[in-house]
Design a protein around this ligand. Structure first.
Ligand code: ADP
Length: 161
C-alpha cells in the first residue's frame, strides 16, 4: 500500500509543548511526517533556522516516522516534492481560525490536491505560543512548564547574550 505522507510546517521559534502535543497526536495519522521549517521567511526569529532544526531533532529523536528539515520551497511545493497528501496544523482558539482558514484556502488554490488537517490543541495548552514563551524567558521567568528541557536551556543560553 502507498505510504501516507504528511507535513507539519511551522516556524517553531522555538518548539513548545503545544507543538509537541500536535506532533504526538498528528503523527498517528501518517506513516511518515515531515516537520518542515521555511528557510528564508521575513519573520524576526530569536533562533536561527539551524538552531530551531537542531532543537526539533533533539526533542523528537525517539520518533522513527518523523523527518525534520528546512526548505526554500513554498509549503505546497515542498508537500508535492515529498509526496505528501496533507499538511497538519494546530488550532488553539478562535483567534487562530481566521488566519488558518485564509492559509488553507490559499494553499488549496495553489494545489488543490493537498488537504489541510487541523488538530485542536489540548485545552491546557491552548494558551501557549512560542512568542509568550520568549516573553517569559526575556524577563528571566521559568519556561520549563511550557517547553521541553533542552528548549528551556537554549532559551536561557540565548537570552544571556
Ligand atoms: P507559524 O509561524 O506557521 O504560525 P508556528 O510555529 O507558530 O508557525 O506554528 C505552527 C503550527 O502550530 C500552527 O498551526 C499553530 O497554530 C500551531 N500551534 C502553535 N502553538 C500551538 C499550541 N500551543 N497548541 C496547538 N497548536 C499550536
Amino acid at each position: 500500500m502507498e505510504k501516507r505522507i504528511g507535513i507539519y510546517p511551522g516556524t517553531f521559534d522555538p518548539i513548545t509543548n503545544g507543538h509537541l502535543d500536535i506532533i504526538n497526536r498528528g503523527q498517528k495519522l501518517f506513516d511518515l511526517l515531515y516537520i518542515v521549517v521555511p528557510n528564508n521567511i521575513q519573520k524576526n526569529t530569536l533562533f536561527t533556522v539551524d538552531e530551531r532544526i537542531n532543537l526539533l531533532k533533539e526533542v523528537l529523536k525517539d520518533y522513527d516516522n518523523i523527518i525534520i528539515t528546512k526548505t526554500d520551497l513554498l509549503t505546497v511545493d515542498f508537500a508535492k516534492e515529498v509526496g505528501a497528501f496533507a499538511m497538519l496544523r494546530g488550532l488553539r482558539m478562535v483567534s487562530d481560525f481566521e488566519y488558518e482558514l485564509q492559509l488553507s484556502a490559499i494553499n488549496k488554490a495553489m494545489n488543490e490536491e493537498i488537504e489541510t488537517v487541523f488538530i485542536m490543541s489540548s485545552h491546557e495548552l491552548s494558551f501557549l505560543s512560542s512568542s509568550s514563551v520568549k516573553e517569559i524567558a526575556k524577563f528571566g521567568g521559568d519556561t520549563s512548564k511550557f517547553v521541553p528541557e533542552v528548549v528551556a536551556k537554549a532559551l536561557e543560553e540565548k537570552l544571556k547574550n
